[in-house]
Design a protein around this ligand. Structure first.
Ligand code: ATP
Ligand code: MG
Length: 235
């Protein structure tokens, strides 16, 4: 579904990614873990055309999409939920969800997608007219995911959905991600610092260190790997 091959990204003189390669099979949940500043967000930003790749290739559904603009990719079903959620604070919950699907016709599928979002995140349905900026952090994360679903994606890239969320709700968010993957067959590339839960939710994982993939394996193997346990799973 998604293949990144030798991706290089620099911010001025700072080299953020050097030769990052990874693959996400259709229907899978794949996780990318790594410490602060490892380049996780940069990887997603480069895939979705928010920063320019200076080298390497990104393939989506077999086609070269390197440095394609974000709106084109969203239209093709590749949707990015950025770190820090970035909901439209001054718009209501319902308006945010509409924004996610603004390029679509308001047909029966639009309506059923909206109902699906309300089904997995009932909290949003109770708060339709509340302005998004006044939602709790966890609710804003639900809204960000719900808004992405309204674009009818085939591949969803989630940047640290657990960031700043209470432990109990983090578990729920991960369960919802698995549910979305199962129910809708949406492929997921998950970026996380919460390595334990992310590896538990995914089938395959990559470990990024200072802009380079240092390790990749089935998630169960990574969870058992002493080096990964020491560095990312608290020993
Ligand atoms: N706009 C920018 N300008 C300059 N440097 C940047 C910019 N964005 C990121 N960087 C640098 O690129 C490197 C990778 O950053 P990135 O945000 O991809 O890391 P990350 O793995 O997502 O970290 P975190 O877990 O803290 O979100 C860091 O050294 C960061 O300082
Ligand atoms: Mg990040």
């Amino acid at each position: 579904m998604l293949k990144i091959d030798g991706l290089n990204v620099s911010y001025g003189s700072i080299k953020a990614l050097s030769g990052v390669s990874l693959e996400v099979q259709q229907g899978a949940i794949v996780t990318l873990i790594g410490a602060n500043g490892a380049g996780k967000s940069t990887t997603l930003r480069a895939v979705s055309g928010l920063v320019k790749a200076s080298g390497g290739t990104v393939f989506y559904e077999g086609e070269d999409i390197t440095n394609s603009p974000p709106h084109v990719l969203v239209q093709r079903g590749l949707c990015h939920v950025p770190e820090g959620r970035m909901v439209f604070s001054n718009l209501t919950v319902l308006e945010n969800l509409y924004m996610g699907g603004y390029r679509r016709k308001r047909d029966a599928k639009f309506k059923s997608d909206l109902d699906y979002v309300f089904g997995i995140f009932p909290r949003l349905k109770e708060r339709l007219q509340q302005s998004a900026g006044t939602l709790s952090g966890g609710e804003q994360q639900m809204l960000a995911i719900g808004r992405a679903l309204m674009s009818s994606p085939r591949c969803l890239m989630l940047d640290e959905p657990s960031l700043g969320i209470a432990p109990l709700l983090v578990k729920t968010i991960f369960e919802k991600i698995a549910e979305i993957n199962r129910d809708l067959g949406i492929t997921v590339l998950l970026v996380e610092q919460n390595a334990n839960l992310a590896l538990a939710a995914s089938s395959y994982g990559y470990v990024l260190e200072t802009g380079t993939v240092i390790l990749h394996a089935p998630s169960a193997e990574l969870r058992a790997n002493p080096q990964v346990r020491e560095a990312y799973l608290g020993g």
